[in-house]
Design a protein around this ligand. Structure first.
Ligand code: IMP
Ligand code: MG
Length: 179
């Protein structure tokens, strides 16, 4: 079955599990090649990146660590609108090589604010690993070091990504069928 229902919407398969795992393994090889002597700290951004982070780390054959963070949005006082705060990072990243692991970079605003917060803590190097990027929606300049797939602007679910809380457990990635 290529078509599935998540809540009130229909979705169709866009990236099958085998293709995802193949690509995750290629990206892991790239990271291993670049960072094998760095003992990097991977920072997985919850909730969406938990599946990608689990597969990515298990595809790596090198010493590394992982931490999990959340990004909380709240309305700022000024004209800038939403302010995003990074929660849960207890590790000291000063002087360390850090790889931020995201499920998807859409506008890029979440990632940009996260990088600014992390940079204040004086890491040696910060890299970005994102399962998916929607280049058509990017609103900021981001140097995305490791990206598995570039996708169109359509809404997707599965492999950690949700539609209103559901669909994270789906093994494939699915695209919404426009009504
Ligand atoms: P942005 O890059 O700041 O716009 O936000 C990225 C976040 O938006 C991701 O971490 C996801 O939680 C969410 N997101 C963006 N596009 C999708 C999608 O197609 N499906 C599910 N979540 C999405
Ligand atoms: Mg996310």
């Amino acid at each position: 079955m290529d078509k599935i229902q998540v809540r009130d919407r229909e979705f169709t398969i866009s990236i099958p599990e085998a293709k995802i795992l193949q690509r995750v393994s290629e990206v892991a090889q790239q990271i291993q090649h670049d960072l094998k002597d760095e003992h990097p700290l991977f920072i997985s951004v919850l909730n969406g990146s938990f599946v990608f982070a689990a597969d990515l780390l298990r595809a790596l054959d090198m010493p590394c660590e992982i931490a999990f963070v959340r990004v909380a949005s709240y309305d700022g006082m000024g004209s800038t609108g939403k302010v995003k705060q990074l929660l849960g990072l207890k590790e000291n990243i000063e002087g360390r090589t850090v790889v931020v692991v995201e499920d998807i970079i859409d506008s890029g605003l979440t990632m940009k604010q996260m990088l600014e917060t992390l940079r204040q803590q004086g890491p040696k190097d910060i890299r970005i690993a994102s399962l998916l990027v929607k280049p058509g929606n990017l609103k900021v300049d981001l140097d995305i070091d490791y990206c598995c797939f570039k996708i169109p602007n359509d809404f997707i679910v599965g492999y950690g990504l949700d539609y209103d809380g559901e669909g994270r457990n789906l093994r494939n990635i699915y695209t919404v069928v426009e009504e």
